[in-house]
Design a protein around this ligand. Structure first.
Ligand code: ATP
Length: 453
């Protein structure tokens, strides 16, 4: 049976991954059956209902004897823990649980493939990462596939729960279909929740040094900050993200910190960029709350606005024409220095989420720099720079009276290379792919990749 869970936490406490870890440990302890490495999926990072990283969890329990009775008991344990541990007093916490029991799984995995159920789950998972769904969308699929579910309050969590369960179904039937990574989460003892975390920073830098880039986003070198621990009152002490389980456990061994109540390894879609919609898959009009990869040409030079944010426009090529504003927010720190170097005429690809018709940048590829810049012309006689003779009236040398209708075009050194650039770890979303992963995986081998580190 595969079980998906979501929406149990609030900004004031709890974490759905912790609830999952408690359940997995409990079910293992009481010998209900073999429990898989749980899944942690990050869903659409733009949905307004999210608490933090829009995460949802799932795990599989394999029951070999007395299936029906034990499945029933497991469901009761899950419902009890979700009811007991969820932050129900918070308005925005609306827990949901989805059970895909063995009968349903056999239909999905078997020859019959009624209504191509696996395809339906695949679509639901992908839409939960890229689109905005309704609770009715989840109910419809749950009812079509005869799944059991449980929810509290408005039960919105069943969207994430069904998506997380679908992810595991697909991982099981097509293990390498989706890119995936791992995160090892360490949890605090209950009496410490809400207090400041004790983590020996030097040990974290050592852990990073010994295992980067197979582990990533543990520290931010540019900002000299540790980024693997939250600052919220939740039960998470820290999480180590990476591509290899061995490297993650190696990093874990380096870390000196307060005592850990428990730890749990998750297989995740973090660091994969799965939220980004490619142009060929995009609808004709770009939609808010969706994340895209778009090609275009810089059509206005970047400007720093109040708050330190940097904005510029691009004219879009191909399917979606028109222009769009892009923004690198202040928290993206050093990434803004790259953005400020863009100039009108540069051919770029932007990666990010659309909110209020503005693309919030996560990455950028400079495909072709425009080496030509326009300057006021120089006077042929005295060599001084001419001044504008008035709007649309050309340029004139005040001293010699010489005239030129147009600006001079000169080739300049742009002081930046073509290639891919990214926001630093302090500003990175869980689901965004660090460029160092692209480099390790030899993606875009013909492209220059400039990881923030
Ligand atoms: P944390 O990261 O701390 O676990 P969170 O950011 O995951 O918290 P949730 O408390 O899980 O936030 O709330 C997200 C809510 O949004 C859930 O109810 C989930 O079902 C729902 N949701 C997730 N993805 C989508 C989507 N694509 N469309 C509509 N609703 C969604």
């Amino acid at each position: 049976m595969i079980i998906g869970i979501d929406d149990t936490d609030s900004r004031k406490g709890m974490c759905t991954t912790y609830l999952c870890a408690v359940l997995v440990d409990e079910l293992k302890k009481y010998g209900f059956g073999e429990v898989s490495t749980p899944g942690l999926v990050r869903l659409n990072p733009c949905v307004p209902f999210k608490t933090r990283g829009n995460g949802a969890v799932s795990f599989e329990i394999e029951i070999s004897v007395e299936k029906e009775r034990k499945e029933k008991e497991v469901k009761e344990v899950v419902k009890a823990r979700v009811s007991e541990l969820s932050e129900l007093s918070e308005e925005e916490t609306n827990p949901g649980v989805v059970f895909i029991d063995d009968r349903a799984l056999n239909v999905i995995g078997g020859e019959k493939r009624e209504n191509d159920s696996e395809e339906m789950l695949k679509n639901f998972y992908e839409n939960a990462v890229r689109e905005v769904l309704t609770i009715e969308d989840a109910y419809e699929l749950i009812s079509n596939l005869h799944f059991d579910y449980f929810g509290l309050k408005n039960k919105r969590g069943i969207i994430g729960a069904l998506a997380a369960a679908s992810f595991l179904v697909l991982q099981k039937s097509k293990p390498n279909y989706y890119d995936f990574t791992y995160e090892l989460m360490a949890y605090r003892r209950k009496e410490r929740w809400g207090t400041s975390r004790f983590i020996d920073e030097a040990s974290v830098w050592k852990a990073d040094k010994a295992t980067y880039p197979i582990t990533w986003d543990t520290v931010d070198r540019g900002e000299e900050k540790i980024v693997f621990a939250p600052h919220s009152p939740c039960p998470v002490l820290f999480g180590i993200r990476g591509d290899s389980v061995d490297a993650i456990y190696k990093a874990y061994e380096f870390i000196h910190a307060e005592p850990v109540e428990r730890k749990m390894l998750f297989v995740t879609n973090q660091g994969t960029d799965f939220h980004l919609i490619k142009l060929e898959d995009a609808k004709e009009t770009l939609q808010d709350y969706h994340s895209y990869i778009l090609d275009g040409m810089v059509s206005s030079n970047p400007q720093t606005i109040e708050g330190g944010h940097v904005v510029f426009s691009i004219s879009l090529s191909e399917k979606v024409s028109g222009s769009i504003e892009c923004i690198a927010y202040e928290p993206t720190k050093g990434f803004r220095a790259i953005i400020r170097k863009l100039r009108v005429g540069d051919e770029i690809t932007v990666f990010g989420s659309l909110k209020k018709k503005t693309l919030n940048l996560e990455k950028i590829e400079i495909r072709e720099l425009n080496p030509v810049t326009e300057r006021n012309p120089k006077c042929e006689k005295c060599g001084r720079t001419m001044k504008s003779a008035g709007r649309l009236q050309g340029y004139r040398c005040k001293r010699c009276g010489t005239y030129s209708a147009d600006k001079d075009k000169v080739i300049v050194d742009r002081g930046i290379e073509e290639g891919l650039y990214e926001v630093p770890p302090v500003a990175r979303r869980h689901i965004s792919k660090p460029l160092v992963r692209m480099r390790m995986r030899m993606e875009g081998v013909n492209k220059e990749i400039h990881p923030s580190r």
